[in-house]
Design a protein around this ligand. Structure first.
Ligand code: PAF
Length: 279
């Protein structure tokens, strides 16, 4: 596995893949790697000749400075995991390389950026778009591997790719869950034992939502989840919505034809977790 931290080394590293027409698969990350990332890498390795993973904790996508500071950084462990996973290249840019000057670009994702994560974390998706567009520009992969846990992020990045007229193909991989069914997330590392136990209610509730959908109205299901979370002392609901998978707009009623997705964001102590389930 080769570590790269300059643009020159990056183009040298990728030159032979490009010359020999090998497909380049790219897994962008912010580090603190876990089994979710490894499953993206495994899928990437199956589908592409060359696998490149980036680690960069992107400051512009954090609307809260404290959240940026609290974000777990575990570089030595990350490098060991990537080596074990058989990654070809790990790209470790510093901030100056990604943003040689402050990135003032404002992307327009319409409603997609005003709902759910977009509404609750203003500027977050603009920051994601800034870093992903820079990484795509530098790496020029054939395929980009993303996790379904970040459902809205996938939709935003698909829209970004459309706007950039980039030929990169997006591959979405299923959410990986731990033994207690909690969605794998770098932020789980910040949970205390007590908080972790509380967090394991999230997948239980989402499974319940799926079952309730056959008998109850959207408004009744929402009320049920809100009540359940209000009873938990160390949890605070940021949002729970049932939305159309195409537009991500909250729905009022279930439909026979359109698919819905239930999305949740909850603070467990100071740690904000998200999850979703297709219905
Ligand atoms: O999902 C993430 O880890 C980040 O948002 C991404 C896509 C690596 C951009 O910083």
């Amino acid at each position: 596995m080769k570590q790269i931290s300059t643009e020159k080394d990056l183009s040298t590293a990728l030159a032979s893949s490009i010359k020999s027409k090998k497909t380049i698969g790219f897994v962008p990350t912010m580090g603190a790697l876990h089994r979710g990332h490894i499953s993206l890498i495994e899928t990437c390795k199956k589908q592409c000749d060359t696998t490149i993973v980036s680690i960069f904790v992107n400051p512009t996508q954090f609307n809260d400075k404290k959240d940026f500071e609290r974000y777990p950084r575990t570089i030595d462990n990350d490098l060991a995991l990537l080596k074990k996973a058989g990654v070809d290249f790990v790209f470790l840019p510093n901030e100056k390389l990604i943003y040689p000057k402050p990135d003032k670009r404002k992307f327009n994702f319409g409603k997609l950026d005003q709902l759910l994560e977009g509404k609750h974390r203003p500027g977050h998706f603009n920051g994601v778009a800034q870093v992903v567009s820079r990484l795509l520009e530098m790496i020029k992969p054939d395929k980009l591997f993303l996790g379904q846990k970040d459902f809205q992020q996938v939709m935003v990045i698909r829209e970004l790719i459309k706007q950039l007229k980039s030929p990169v193909k997006v591959v979405v991989c299923p959410t990986v869950r731990d033994d207690e069914n909690l969605a794998m997330s770098s932020r789980n590392a910040n949970l205390s034992d007590e908080e972790y136990d509380e967090a394991t209610f999230i997948p239980i509730w989402l499974e319940e939502v799926k079952k309730l959908a056959t008998r109850y109205k959207v408004s009744q299901i929402k009320a049920r989840i809100e009540t359940l979370i209000a009873q938990r002392e160390i949890m605070k609901l940021d949002y729970f919505e049932i939305c159309d998978t195409e537009t991500l707009e909250p729905i009022k009623e279930f439909s026979e034809t359109d698919q819905a997705v239930a999305l949740i964001a909850v603070f467990v102590g100071k740690t904000r977790l998200i999850d979703n389930v297709l219905m």
